[in-house]
Each structure stands twice: as structure tokens, then as C-alpha cells.
Design a protein around this ligand. Sequence first.
Ligand SMILES: Cc1cc2nc3c(=O)[nH]c(=O)nc-3n(C[C@H](O)[C@H](O)[C@H](O)COP(=O)(O)OP(=O)(O)OC[C@H]3O[C@@H](n4cnc5c(N)ncnc54)[C@H](O)[C@@H]3O)c2cc1C
Length: 302
Amino acid sequence: MIDFEYHSPVSLEETFDLLDRHGEDARVMAGGTALVLQMKHRFSRPGHVISLRRVTGLDSITLDGGGIGAAAGYEQNGAPGSVRVGALCTQRRIETDPIIAETLPLVAETFSRVATPRIRNMGTIGGGLVHGDPNQDPPPALIALGASVTMSSSKGERVLPVEELFIDYYETDVQPGEVLTSVSIPPAPPGSGSCYIKFLPRTADDYATVSVAALVEPSEDNMCRSIRIVLGSVGVTPVRAVDAESMLQGQELTDSNIRACAGAVREAVDPLEDFRGSPEYKTDMAEVFTRRAIERALANVG
Ligand SMILES: Cc1cc2nc3c(=O)[nH]c(=O)nc-3n(C[C@H](O)[C@H](O)[C@H](O)COP(=O)(O)OP(=O)(O)OC[C@H]3O[C@@H](n4cnc5c(N)ncnc54)[C@H](O)[C@@H]3O)c2cc1C
């Protein structure tokens, strides 16, 4: 392991001050599940590691609009209906949180599919998003729901859609001195159905060979009011299949229309060759798993 100085600030102000002072020589650490591996393999060599573990206010789950949130003693905050998840909330906490299970079932389902309980007990929502690995599970579901992140620094705050956070392979839009402080997740439209499916031909705790989050809002006469299809592990960033979505939007939800929509996903993906499969194989699987995801999302309408 490389030599570094470890800092453990207790406030965001102290964190921003350390980041401003040490600049590019500093890295923040949340769960450490990705950063420590990068440091062991010398992919990252920070002289200063700034742990977020003792920083107060980054591990809350807040819900706007009263009702169940207020009844459960949760703080009230954020845009109407959205759940604001602190960046330091672990994947396991999100998977098991009763408010998230009730208001954002797609999120609870997705986080339960990340790696193993050992990793989920350490890995955080903020660390995973900033890490920018295109094989990760949470980004497709968060993009499908239209989630946004708040980035904070000594200069103030900015909010950007999760969809815009991913720039390239392991490259995310985090400016110098910034900390991802929270993720705001709107609920799915009433009457919609959703699902997250992960193709795992190797082991149950592997990264996906291909993954798909689908969110479909059918009308009473079986038309598609709205649809979101977002795939993981099929490019250098998560991929939202906008053209495929537009093939089903406003159309009848027939088997042939769903198949045509899934087929259009082939044009949106550009998978990398690796030990999980060739680009051709992953493209075939992207089509198959998109069709299954839409069908399962429709079965989940309720
Ligand atoms: C064995 C193993 C299996 C895995 N399998 C899966 C899987 O199946 N599916 C899946 O989705 N993921 C998987 N992961 C990845 C795991 O989800 C990530 O490692 C985890 O999400 C990273 O979160 P962390 O809190 O540990 O981040 P850290 O390791 O602490 O940090 C990761 C990066 O984010 C930066 N960072 C952290 N927090 C912030 C913040 N708040 N603001 C700004 N920058 C920040 C750090 O500087 C670093 O660059 C696996 C990891 C391992 C080790």
C-alpha cells in the first residue's frame, strides 16, 4: 500500500477546507470498497485520504410531504414526493429501509442485487456513483427514475441529473473540491410498473454481464403512456435507450411492439469485450433482457 496521510473531518466545512488545501493530491473516501482496491493496485496514489465516515448529516434518508415519512419519524425535506438519500447511506441500508421499500421498490430491489452483504454493508450510494464503473447496478435504476445528485463544495451547491454524472469509463462529472452530498429520487408515476434485471451467467454475486432497468406506465386501454429503459454493462457509461423508448411510447403494449422496442436497443449499446462475453453476445443479451424487463415491469403494475 502507498503512504498517505489520513484525515477524519467531522463537518462538511472541514472536508471542503481539506480538499481546497490539498487539491489533486486528496481523495475522499466513503466505504473504501473501490478506493482502497485502486490504491492497492496503484491506480490511485493520493497523498491525502479524507474519510467521510465521521462527517455529520450525510447518512440520513429524508422524505417530503408528510404521511409515512412523518409517521416513521423521518426528516421532511426536498421536492414533493422525492426521497433524499444521504451520500453516505450504505447499499445495505438502502436495500432494507422501510420507507424506500414502500415508496421506491425499484431502488430497494436494485440495491439488493449489488455484490454480497459484506460489500453492501460498506459501499455507499455516493461512492458507487462517483466511482463511475459502468457495470454497477444502481445507476440504471436511478436514471430510469430521473434521480439527481447534489454536489457540494466551498463554492456552493449544484444539482445535476444522475444521467449527466457519467462522462466516460470510470469518469464522472465531479469538479475539484466537490463532495457528492445527496441523491434525490422521485417516485415512479402512479400506475406504473418497474423492474431491474441482471444477467448473471457466472456467479450470483458477480457484476452484470448485461443489466436493464425498465419503468413502464400503461394506460387503462393498454397504451404506453411513458417508458424508461436504461442498461448497464453495455458501454463505457450507463446507457439510456431513448430511441427504443420512443418506439413504444404512445403505442399499444402488444407483444410485437415490445419486441420491436427491445430490438431497437441493439443500436443504443456498444459493449466492451471482456471475460463476461463478446460485444455481439452482450448485444444479443441486451435485446433479450430488455424484452424481459419490459414484460416484468408490466407484470409489476399494481
Ligand atoms: C468484490 C466487489 C464486488 C462488487 N460487486 C458489485 C456489484 O455486483 N454491483 C455493483 O453495483 N457494485 C459492485 N461493487 C462495487 C461497489 O458497489 C463499489 O465499490 C461501491 O459502491 C463504492 O462505494 P464506496 O462507498 O465503498 O466508495 P469508495 O471506495 O469510498 O470511493 C469510490 C470513489 O468515489 C469517491 N467518493 C466516495 N464518496 C464520495 C462522495 N460522497 N463525494 C465525492 N467522491 C466520493 C472516492 O474518492 C473514490 O474515487 C463491487 C465491489 C467489490 C469490491
